[in-house]
Design a protein around this ligand. Sequence first.
Ligand code: NAP
Length: 289
Amino acid sequence: MSTKRTPVTVIGLGQMGAALAGAFLDAGHPTTVFNRTPGKAAPLVERGAVLAGTVAEAVAAGELVVVCVLDYPAVRSLLAPVAAELRGRVLVNLTSGSPEQAREEAAWAAGHGIGYLDGGIMTTPPGIGDSASMILYAGGAGLLAEHRPALEVLGDPVDLGTDAGLASLYDAGLLGLMWSVLGGWLHATALTGADGVSAKEFTAVAVRSLGTMAWFMTTYAEQVDAGEYPGDDATLDVHVASIAHLLHAGEERGIDDRLPRLHLEMMKEAVAAGHGGDSYARIIEAFRK
Ligand code: NAP
């Protein structure tokens, strides 16, 4: 069995780029690195990375070129001068940005004969190298399949297809989901904490409830896709009544009520429009306005 590992280049050695380069080194990939501030490469060089003196030198060393810097303008300023050197190679852009920026970058790469994958990293640097961490990829047909053995050392690669904007779009949506979940958890932790329940005690139960949320989401996704919201498990009328208990408990304990009030407002709008008998999935229509 061949043990040959694809030579990779990592451009950008901030917190995330350094973690990416470290994971490639741990997996035995010949790894060349470049950073605007070269001093940051020292710990990686100690572990076996080669520090390139210029971006062009870095690009020339890797079949797979991974870039992870602050934003897309920084990516372009680094890579535009080396478009010719990138021709025929595969560029994996793990820098966060908008779907529009990703599609623009993909078009730029296509115009220069560069294979392009856009990625969204769904973890923080300590999660890099863990197969439980998702990394979303979108872009050039077949590129993820071709480079999966190298890319899966960073985390579990999720293939979103050939529209390069989709990794950023999912990333943005999942950030919103994260803030909603963390906000809801902290609100509930403040509420239960007011009666002396520790965050740890409450969280043990809260984490179990996420499994049920996942089941709701999977069930309601079918309703959303069908555009029909039968309230055959729980109706919006029941949700409106339930949220009153949460608001009451919060008021008694002096807990900020902005989050539940936002939910109540959206539910009430749907009920006022005659949808009180529908499921919670009906709220999608409010978000689509
Ligand atoms: P960071 O630690 O602040 O590092 C930023 C990197 O970008 C450094 O290598 C920096 O170079 C480089 N850079 C910034 N502006 C530049 C420019 N104009 N020209 C050349 N290089 C430039 O940030 P990070 O946490 O590694 O994040 C990098 C990317 O990963 C971001 O898009 C971020 O949204 C994304 N991301 C991060 C996380 C996370 O948890 N950290 C999670 C998911 C996604 P210098 O060292 O020379 O300053």
